[in-house]
Design a protein around this ligand. Sequence first.
Ligand SMILES: Cc1ncc(COP(=O)(O)O)c(C=O)c1O
Length: 414
Amino acid sequence: MAEHLKLDNSERLYKEAQELIPGGMMGIRRPYNFVPGEYPIFFDSAKGGKVTDADGNEYLDMLCAYGPIIIGHREREIDAAVIKQIKEKGFCMSIVQEVQNTLAKKVISLVPSAEKVVFTKTGSDSTTLATRIARAFTNKPKIIRCGYHGWADWCVEGKGGVLPKTYEDTLEFEYNDLQQLEDLLKANPGQVAGIIVTPIGHPNAHEVQMPKPGFLEGAKKLAEAHGTVLIFDEIRTGFRVSMGGAQKLFGVTPHMSVFGKAMANGYEISMVAGRKDIMDVLISKAFVSSTYFNNTLPMVAALKTMEILERDNMLDVIAKRGHAFCKKVRKHVKASGLAVQFTGEPWMPYITFDKDETGAYKKTRVNFYTQLIRRKVFLQPYHHGYVAYRHSVKDLNYAADMIAESLEEAKKAA
Ligand SMILES: Cc1ncc(COP(=O)(O)O)c(C=O)c1O
C-alpha cells in the first residue's frame, strides 16, 4: 500500500484561497474533480514532463495543464524566443506587429482548412467566434454542436446565470451518430448556420472515441447538403495528433476549424481558420476585436513551438511512445479483470470504470486514482490524460507499471 501524500501546504493554501476566490479556484481545477484529500491542490513549479506541488511532491504530469503542454514545461527555446521579444521589441501595442502575418502564413501552410485565420486567446473565444462567423455567412440562426466547446453562454454545460435565449438556438447531437445529425438538420430546415464537432470524441468523464468510418465525411456531406458550415473543434487535437490537426490525419477538410491548447505549448493563443469566403465576413459583416488578441508573445511562442515540433518530428515520437505505453496499459487492464475501459490511444490515454447498478464502480475509481496519485502519476479521474514529448520512455514505463499496481490495489479493495 502506498503512503498517503503529505499535502499540508496544499490544504493551507486551499483554505486561504476559499476566502479570496469563490470556490478557491475555477471550475475543473477544484479538488472535487480529483480525489479530495488525496490529490495536491496547488502546484509550485513544473519542468519537462514533471510537476512539483506546494509540498515538494514531484509527479509525472500526464494531465499537461489539460492539453496545452505538448512538448514539456518551461521549454528553453520557446521561453528564450518570448524573452527576446520582451527585451528587444515589446508585445502590446496599438497596432499589429509583423509576427501576426508570419504566424498566419505558417498555419495556412499546415492546416488544410486554413485559407484565412484570426488569432484569439482561448478556446472559448475561438469556438464562439466560429459560430458568429457561421451565422454571418449563412444568415441562419442555429448551431448544432457535439462536444465541449468552452464556457460561453451558447454552449456552457452549467446553465446558472445564463439566459435561455442565448442557448435555445444551440442543438446537440451524440458523437458518431450521423443519423441524429441528419434528423436535426431535417427538423430545422434552412435554420442551421453551423455544425461544430470535435473530430475525435472526448466528452468529459466518458471514454475517448475515434471517428467511425465515414462519420466525419458524412458530417461534411450533410453540412453541404443543408447549406451549413462544418466546423471542427480541434482545440485538443490540433498540433497534437498531426501538425495539420485531426482533419489532416483523417483526410476530411471542414469549412472552418478552431485550434488552441497545444498550439503554443502553454502560451495563451487560439485561432479560427477557414475558407476565405467564409472568414471574410469579418471584413465588415461581423465584428471581432479584443485588447489582448493582438499581443505577440503567444504568437512568438506558437511559431517557435511549431518550428521545434516539425524540426524534431515530435508528434511522430509522441504517437510512437503513446502507442507503446497504451499497449502496456491495455495488457494490465485486461489482466486486472476489472470492468475498466482504456481509450484515447495514443495521444489521450484515459482509464474509465464501467457504470454498474449499485454505483460500486465509483469506489473502485476513487481507489484506483488514489493509488495512482500516491505513486506520483498525475492523471485525472474525470478527464483523459495526454502524452507529451518530454515524457521519456522510462517515464511512460513507470506510469504503466504504476497503473498496473493501482489496478491491483483497486481490485483488492473492490
Ligand atoms: C474541445 C474544446 N473546445 C473548446 C474548449 C474551450 O477552451 P478554453 O478552456 O481555452 O476556453 C476546450 C477546453 O477544454 C476544449 O477541450
